[in-house]
Design a protein around this ligand. Sequence first.
Ligand SMILES: Cc1cc2nc3c(=O)[nH]c(=O)nc-3n(C[C@H](O)[C@H](O)[C@H](O)COP(=O)(O)OP(=O)(O)OC[C@H]3O[C@@H](n4cnc5c(N)ncnc54)[C@H](O)[C@@H]3O)c2cc1C
Length: 377
Amino acid sequence: MSAKKRVAVVGVGTMGAQAAWRLAARGAEVVGYDRFAPGHDRSAAGGETRIFRSAHFEDSRYVPLLQHADALWETLQHETGRELRRLTGCLLMGPTAHHQMATALQSIAEHGLDHEVLDADALAKRFGQFRIEDGDAAVLDRRAGFIRPELTIQTAARRAEELGARIHRYTTVREIVPAGSGVEVRTDTGSERFDAAVVSPGPWVNDLLPDLPWEVDVRRLLSAWYVPTTDAWFGEERPAFIRTAPTHCYGLPSPDGVSVKLGLSRALHRPAGDPNHLDRTVAPEELEIFTELMGRYMPDLNPDPVRLSVYMEGYTESSRPLVGPLPGNSDVVLLAGFSGHGFKLSPAFGDIAADLALDGTSPRPIDFISTQDRTEA
Ligand SMILES: Cc1cc2nc3c(=O)[nH]c(=O)nc-3n(C[C@H](O)[C@H](O)[C@H](O)COP(=O)(O)OP(=O)(O)OC[C@H]3O[C@@H](n4cnc5c(N)ncnc54)[C@H](O)[C@@H]3O)c2cc1C
């Protein structure tokens, strides 16, 4: 980079906080904007935990990006002295014949990832909290665990500020318009000019960019916390877990050792509607699927939830995120549509956004998620 570039970060949430950190670390002049403040719980982040894993059950092309993210998680922890991630492992369970199990095993084999395959007896001895069925496999991804989302976003944003970034809190960006060889960012109180902008508005992407040529379907996600009736969940090993099929679901033992958080997959999420008016009330019928899953696979969880929280997330049709320049304005780098699996990768996406905003290109293998020459949604 020659002259110091001025870069705006619109939306300082999961991706924006990481982008601000990576941009500031490379010497850019960074100004962030968020309609709330970093670490809030009214969007895609929140709820104490997110799963980190090294194997990928949807597409093994994510593995190099996960490895880049893995290195940056270590860097951010080292620079700040905070424990943002704990590697407790992640158990993947489900039918051997299902494509997600096959893809996970393929990504493990292709990249030599650290893992263990457990048969039913080994699983019962070591992780007695789970039930599997005939024809199921159980694979422990060992370089996996949980990330603390609120702490991560605040830590990345603070680190960016320490490195010189300014963040405008409670400041909604209304428009980003081309301005000569750069962009102008407009808020209710004024406008500012930048060489480039990283735009990471999460569930507000359709509001901020109504002409986006790809559909981002914003869904309402329910997280539910349950208390175990035995000690099995909080023994020495406390892996996160994912069940692939017939109903995709996942969960994490809470860091405080009290409860277990459960979540569902895309097909079971309702449309969120207007992100400014998210319905946070949970109807008892919404819990039926959780009760059914616990009865079948995790019978020692008490089916009366102790906490329910509602979030939002944007899904693309292919579930591949939109990463790269905005059509018609290469000074705007879009980070959107993370389709339920963006958190673990967020430092990598922040770094890639910094590459694109500062150099116009990234050395990372992002063709399959790039906005450039993208034909599928
Ligand atoms: C319940 C749930 C569980 C999940 N579990 C996992 C998991 O286990 N592992 C995993 O890897 N991923 C997981 N994900 C996905 C992951 O959390 C998301 O992909 C990620 O948080 C998306 O980040 P984002 O930056 O796009 O959105 P956000 O984190 O929501 O950030 C967007 C930010 O933009 C701000 N903003 C919006 N519009 C404007 C505007 N006009 N002006 C200024 N600011 C604006 C918002 O206030 C917000 O702070 C989960 C998601 C949910 C909801």
